[in-house]
Ligand binder design. Structure first.
Ligand code: AMP
Ligand code: ZN
Length: 467
């Protein structure tokens, strides 16, 4: 099957063709660093990471850009409330964001540009838009004139004739029913304090939308392959990005627009303003490793809403353990007599995995294939029908899948408390021998509370840490 994506612009699944053979350029709208990111934000970044990893798995040379929005109304408001400079205020959240990306097993973006490092480029683009008749100035503020851009509204599928367009909007976020000329540049006001730039178009600061047009052009060129973001960015942010970029160049800017559905909580979008959010840190403090959250966020098809619950997180943890136990146990398997069925199982898994992901990154389908593969290989192993060579092929297969999924985790086993755990395991075995099952259960449960899982088998009791 050929690789295809549902393109938000055309609203249909289209075969994917890169602009330049073998190379793919992707831009993702990054975080606004006025707070810790919540796991809803990370859901959107997560499928960007999966997309990138899968394209690399397929052999493409991928350039992945994710910006950092380090200037906006909320940053001004909150840095002032905390009596901190803008730079000092954002740094804490930038550091936290980068640390969170690490905890969640993201590949580092190739370029992670900050908006405020590109003020000159924004000013130049605004000047070009004015020169081309797409922007105008009122009292030091610059606005984009949407009536001048004939394709305005195409991405969001707006019926521009039927809409009552408002005159002008200064806020960066607004709804479809208040479609209006939007701010490219906001003249300095007293409430901005010392947050402003002195530029050839005056003293002020950029609107939100202009930064992504400037940074995507700078790092990926006027025309690039894929642009991603959450569905809330489709309008007005991405609509405005198209108007700016294409107003400037006169030609198409992005071939495929991909938008992911939201992470929701009890039917509502997880968001900072509603207050129904968890940061990654909140969840890790409850004892879940980053990779568990990665599994949860990555395992649902991106164009489907994902309802967050702790039950879902527990289920993710269980699946993740099954996946990792499979690899660990396969690595220590010494091989048996082949019945020659492994090759077909491996081939079927590879085809199934790729067919699912080729189909608009259908990760739920791909995971179904992975767990069928795990079940089938485990069965061969249990029946001692897997040769050493087949074992190695199965390991190579799951390792290749894991270059996309990144669900493999490593827990330090050289813990100083291991002798204590071994002693408790012995105590539990003694209790069982003495038919003191209450004590045996208590020891198992106490250990579980400390994050230690006991597994009984014919060879005795083994322990592992909960992830
Ligand atoms: P922001 O920091 O608000 O600019 O958001 C960063 C990214 O997170 C954007 O791509 C948003 O679309 C996305 N986002 C925000 N809330 C959610 C959510 N509840 N679920 C999924 N993505 C979200
Ligand atoms: Zn953006």
């Amino acid at each position: 099957m050929a690789l295809r994506f549902k393109n938000s612009f055309t609203r249909v699944k289209e075969d994917f063709k890169p602009i330049e053979e073998g190379k793919i350029k992707i831009y993702t709208c990054g975080p606004t660093v006025y707070n810790f990111q919540h796991i809803g934000n990370f859901r959107t970044f997560m499928w960007g990471d999966l997309l990138r990893r899968y394209l690399q798995y397929k052999g493409y040379d991928v350039t992945y850009v994710m910006n950092i929005t380090d200037i906006d109304d909320k940053i001004i408001r909150d840095s002032q409330a905390q009596k901190k400079s803008r730079k000092e205020f954002i740094q804490k959240y930038v550091d936290a964001f980068l640390e969170d990306l690490d905890s969640l097993g993201f590949l580092k973006p190739d370029v992670q540009p900050y908006a405020t490092d590109h003020i000159d480029g924004m000013v130049e683009m605004i000047q070009q838009l004015v020169a081309r008749g797409f922007a105008y100035e009122i009292d030091g503020n610059y606005y984009y004139k949407i009536s001048a851009f004939k394709d305005y509204g195409k991405l969001a599928n707006l019926d521009m004739d039927g809409l009552k367009a408002g005159a002008r909007v200064s806020a960066d976020e607004y709804e479809k029913d208040s479609v209006s000329d939007f701010a490219l540049w906001k003249a300095w006001q007293e409430s901005d304090g010392d947050i402003y730039w002195d530029t050839p178009i005056g003293k002020g600061r950029p609107g939100w939308h202009i930064e992504c047009s400037v940074m995507s052009q700078k790092y990926l060129g006027n025309h690039f392959d894929i642009h991603t973001g959450g569905v809330d960015l489709l309008f007005p942010h991405h609509e405005n990005e198209i108007a700016q970029s294409e107003g400037c160049t006169g030609s198409k800017s992005v071939n495929y627009w991909l938008h992911g559905e939201h992470l929701i909580v009890e039917g509502k979008k997880m968001s900072k303003s509603v207050g129904n959010f968890y940061t990654l840190r909140d969840i890790m403090e409850k004892g879940y490793a980053g990779v568990v959250v990665r599994y949860l966020l990555a395992s649902t098809y991106y164009r489907q809403q994902l309802n967050f619950t702790f039950q879902g997180l527990e289920a993710a943890r269980n699946s993740l353990e099954r996946y990792n136990d499979f690899i660990t146990n396969l690595q220590s398997y010494n091989g048996g007599d082949s019945d020659n069925s492994a090759e077909a199982i491996i081939a079927k898994a590879k085809t199934g995995f790729e067919d699912a992901l080729d189909d608009d990154l259908n990760v739920s389908g791909a995971l179904g294939v992975v767990f069928d593969f795990i079940r089938d290989i485990n069965r061969l192993k249990a029946e001692n029908k897997l040769s050493v060579e087949e074992r190695d092929n199965a390991l190579a297969t799951i390792t290749a899948f894991d270059s996309v999924l990144n669900f493999r985790y490593h827990i330090d086993s050289d813990d100083s408390d291991s002798s204590e755990i071994e002693a408790l395991i012995q105590k539990r075995a003694d209790a069982k021998n003495n038919k003191d099952f209450a004590l045996a259960d208590k020891i198992r449960n106490d250990l579980l509370e400390q994050g230690i899982i006991l597994e009984d088998s014919r060879e005795g009791t083994k322990w592992k840490k909960k992830v």
